[in-house]
Design a binder for this molecule. Sequence first.
Ligand code: TYM
Length: 349
Amino acid sequence: MVPPIPMSSKDRRKRVVAKPRIFSGIQPTGGFHIGNWLGAVRNWVALGNAAKESGKDAFFCVVDAHAITVPYEPKDLRVRIEELALDLVACGIDPREHTLFVQSDVPEHMELAWYLAAATPMGDLGRMTQFKDKSDGKDFVSTALFTYPILMSADILLYKATEVPVGDDQLQHLELARETSRRFNHRFGGIFPEPQPLLTKATRIMGLDGDGKMSKSKGNTIPLFDEPKAFWKKLQGAFTDPNRKGREDPGNPEICNIYTMHKELSTAEEQETVVKNCTTAGWGCYDCKMLLHANFEKEVAPLREKRKSLNVIEVREALHENSKKAREIAQETIREVRESMGLGCGLPR
Ligand code: TYM
């Protein structure tokens, strides 16, 4: 076989024109909560449906290899992967329409992460705020937790994704993926596009305790598929504008987590009513939460029913089929990357 012709510096600088493609991921760590849904997955569904109309690909991934970066129980992980896949399907990610799959079923994610690690300065990883938060005060901090953002870059770049719907806590990681794409292209040739983040209006849902974002690891969440009573109980106790100490104190909706959610779920008219009644103390926070709960119920009740009706075996088989489809694209990218980096014996694997 004739060895590949080395790339000229002009080729290396060429602009990458990639097919528009959506990619996003979610970790199977703990219950799927309203922050995941409002900040990301509801947008996945909308973008996925629009993508179908325009013939664009959409890849959605249960990122199990990310979930092993912190201590975990293997037997729980398998259950969580399946539970999360069911949650996503119930939310409207149809695995027959979109490539919904499990990350570690496509080993090329881990392979590309290693190659990208060679082009990622350690200093960039040390600046990641999620690493600082998750490692702070822990006895055991895995190397994988430190290199986690490289695996996330690999997830995105493996499929040459151009659009990545996420909540704002992932923006720093996404910026690293963009930087990695530029750095790699400059050093080895134009392979990767620069992925763009896509945010919702509820890009950061705060925890029920008001202490930072809603997060599985902090236990301050409302699981999306909680039954209405349990859901309401949690929402009722949720932190609001701290200046509304009593019913008669007017509030500022712009700093209230409940209003952030109204912006996604309530009509323009209802939002106006909320603003008026919050700023004049016409309503107490209880009234505002009641309306929000009713609007959650309108959307979530059918999803809850759908979730109960799903067939686990069928979903598992769809994930398996989709991983084969994802692998075809992944292997092609890996082939290009290996060639451009000068790896291997020169013959196809
Ligand atoms: P993860 O599993 O923590 O969260 C999944 C998605 O939900 C969003 N999200 C939120 N949005 C608003 N408010 C919140 N309180 C909130 N909590 C979570 C997250 O921003 C995310 O979009 N590293 C990622 C998973 C990942 C990924 C990827 C994402 C791995 N590879 C490639 C995109 C592309 C994570 O831990 O998300």
